[in-house]
Design a protein around this ligand. Structure first.
Ligand code: BDR
Ligand code: CA
Length: 311
């Protein structure tokens, strides 16, 4: 039976590739896509999620709008990486499908309560505002989840939005603190992993060579957002962060990590949003997350290209 997942997202080109990977994979049953403010404001993330579903030929997927700002802080966005729309790189038609009525947080709570206990996995690939709000409003859902597999944080790779913090955690550190402290089984894909799976010319051209509309879109998005990281890091390609979460659900053997304690910095003057990962197990604090540290990059891109080719 297909594994039931809900993708919580702020698309974003790499979010888009993650969503496409999930929709292309028969092992996964996407119960819904919940949108949050992050890379761009909520109206754009909710629009982009529907553009992506339509590109995949999936107008049937439930897409809901959620929280428009972090729990206690003003929203920080990343147009400097993802462009004005959040999905710059290729012009795609405005979505025809409507948003599913209701709030994403209510959808999360109702779906997790309705589905059999232990059957739903959450895949947050944006700031954790929707997830933390749902956990706060309905603590009973925490124990009903199979697991949460999220993209966020960094340890050896430190930060991307500040010297110490990764974007998704930095935007809403209080929300991240709630999720990491909730006791839910957690798998974390930090920058340490995503920076080991950079796009290369050959990898991008492999998407284009699929000769499909979706392959062309993925190559164009990647071409667009690569420029920022290549200039910043002086690398030959860019990390494709968010699809790592979906790839983990499909092929966990591509990844390795450690079950350790990860604490969220919510007060530091210079380190706000840092994921303080006890990789060397020096604190004695209880492990709360499988913190992934390594990836088989060739295997990851082979999987991604093959699946994108199915759409
Ligand atoms: C994360 O931040 C966003 O810009 C990306 O979509 C990804 O989820 C990487 O730090
Ligand atoms: Ca994202």
């Amino acid at each position: 039976m297909a594994r039931k997942i809900i993708i919580d997202t702020d698309p974003g080109q790499d979010d888009a590739v993650a969503i496409l990977l999930a929709l292309a994979s028969p092992e996964l049953d996407v119960l819904g896509i919940t949108c949050v403010a992050g890379n761009v404001p909520l109206p754009l993330t909710a629009r982009n999620a529907r553009i992506i579903c339509e590109l995949a030929g999936r107008r049937d997927v439930a897409v809901l709008a959620g929280c428009e700002r972090p729990l206690v802080r003003p929203l920080v966005t990343a147009e400097h990486v993802h462009g004005k729309t959040g999905l710059d790189g290729i012009a795609l038609p405005d979505p025809v499908m409507a948003l599913t009525p209701g709030h994403a947080v209510d959808f999360l709570i109702e779906t997790i309560r309705r589905e059999p206990e232990g059957s739903v996995t959450l895949c947050p690939i944006g700031p954790l505002t929707n997830i933390a709000t749902a956990f706060r409003q309905a603590p009973d859902i925490v124990g009903r989840l199979a697991e949460v597999v999220l993209m966020g944080g960094a340890y050896f790779a430190v930060g991307n939005i500040t010297p110490a913090a990764e974007f998704n955690i930095y935007v809403d550190p209080e929300a991240a603190d709630i999720v990491f402290g909730s006791g839910v089984p957690l798998v974390v894909m930090p920058l340490d992993v995503t920076h080991k799976a950079l796009t290369t010319r050959a990898r991008v051209e492999a998407f284009r060579a699929l000769g499909t509309r979706v392959g062309h879109a993925v190559a164009s998005w990647t071409d667009f957002f690569e420029r920022f990281d290549m200039a910043k890091y002086g690398s030959d390609g860019a990390p494709l962060h968010d699809p790592c979460t979906i790839a983990y659900l499909l092929k966990p053997e591509l990844f390795s990590g450690r079950h350790i304690n990860v604490a969220i910095e919510t007060k530091g003057a210079f380190t706000l949003g840092m994921t303080v990962a006890d990789w060397w197990r020096v604190t004695g604090r209880t492990a709360n997350a499988m913190f992934i540290g390594d990836i088989d990059a060739e295997g990851f891109y082979a999987l991604l290209t093959e699946r994108i080719g199915r759409l």
